[in-house]
Structure formats: C-alpha cells, structure tokens
Write a protein that binds this ligand. Sequence first.
Ligand code: 2DT
Length: 212
Amino acid sequence: NNHSSDSRGALIVLEGLDRCGKTTQSSRLLSYLEELGHTVESWRFPDRTTNVGQMISSYLANKSHLDDHTIHLLFSANRWEKRSLMESKLKSGTTLIIDRYSYSGVSFSSAKGLDVEWCKAPEIGLLAPDLVLYLEISPENAAERGGYGEERYEQLEFQKKVAQSYKTLRDASWKIIDATLPIEDVEKQVRDTVLNCVETCREGKPLSELWL
Ligand code: 2DT
C-alpha cells in the first residue's frame, strides 16, 4: 500500500454538450472531494487566462475570426501550456477535475468537417485522463434547458454534429452518465465512479498519454 504522500492524484475530465450540467457537477464534485480530505483542484479548458486563452475567448465571442485549423491548434496549445503543471500537480498527489479537454477539442473541430485524425494529432502526448465522465443529454433537450448564450457553437444544428463526433471518441476510460436525471442522481453516480478512480490512482495506476 502506498503512503498517501507518494501516491498520485487522479485526472478526471467532464465532457458533454453545452448545458449538460458539467460546470455544476464539477463544483459539487470539488466540494465533495475536499470534504473527504483529498487535495483537489478544479480546472477548465479553454483556460481563458493565458495569452492563447484570450485569443480563444475573443474567437468564441465572435470578436475575431480564425481559420478552423488555426483555432483548433490554439485550443491544443492552450492544453500544452498547462501540461507540465498538470503533471506536477498529479504527481504530487493533487486530483484534478477538468471541465472539457481533448475530447471537446476533437469533437468540436471535427463537427466542422476537419479530419478526425488531423484533429487528434496535436493532442498526442498530452496526459490521458484516468476517467472521462460524459454527461449525456440530447441536443434538443440541452437546447430546451435554455441559456444558450451568444457564443459561437451554441446552436442546435451544430450541437447535433458535436454529439455525433463525441460518440466516435468513447473508450474504456469513459463513463456515460444520463444527464437528464435529477441533479442529485447524476451527482451520486459521479461520486461513486470518481471515488473508485481516485483509489485506483492512489494504488499506483501509471499516468499515461493520449491517444491510446
Ligand atoms: P466553455 O463554454 O465550456 O468555456 O467552452 N471547445 C472547447 C473547443 O471547440 N475546443 C476545445 O478544445 C475546447 C476545450 C467548446 C467553450 C467552447 O469551446 C469549445 C465550447
């Protein structure tokens, strides 16, 4: 048994369509793990605080226009600029809960028509999540929740394409959760799956890289 000081944290990613409840679940999960005494941080991508992140933010707000390949590479660069910090946090025992990651990168860009393999290429070598919680909701249902803002991508037809692309990316690290259930039920499933994952990482599961 590893002593907690030399065991690593878990890399947990939340994915799903806009309005699926990712942000709510991330913050609830953060408090839950904190209460249990885990060292945990909540991150999100895009990280709009960096220079690259500001370019992305302006693009999403329709304040700038970029070629589809260019914005794809900026999203990827935005993950690369956080990679070493991510690795050191995990190795020092911090669990990271991340709202969107490479799967958003690949699904949103390939939903525009870019080649999937081309989209995956710049993601190769980023840290692979130990668990991807996919909060599943139909695009129609998500749209009915309201709150689609002014941002690029927040449109039903496009979200339908994104949902299709997400489906092709599922692998063994994914846990699909029905996001139309009451918030507490979703939360319960998130908690159970996460505790399991945190334990496996603590017991020495090695960190790996995308794409397997
Ligand atoms: P938020 O609304 O969650 O801030 O996301 N996106 C995100 C991409 O197209 N590629 C990516 O790599 C990532 C991380 C999803 C902003 C929008 O940006 C999209 C929604």
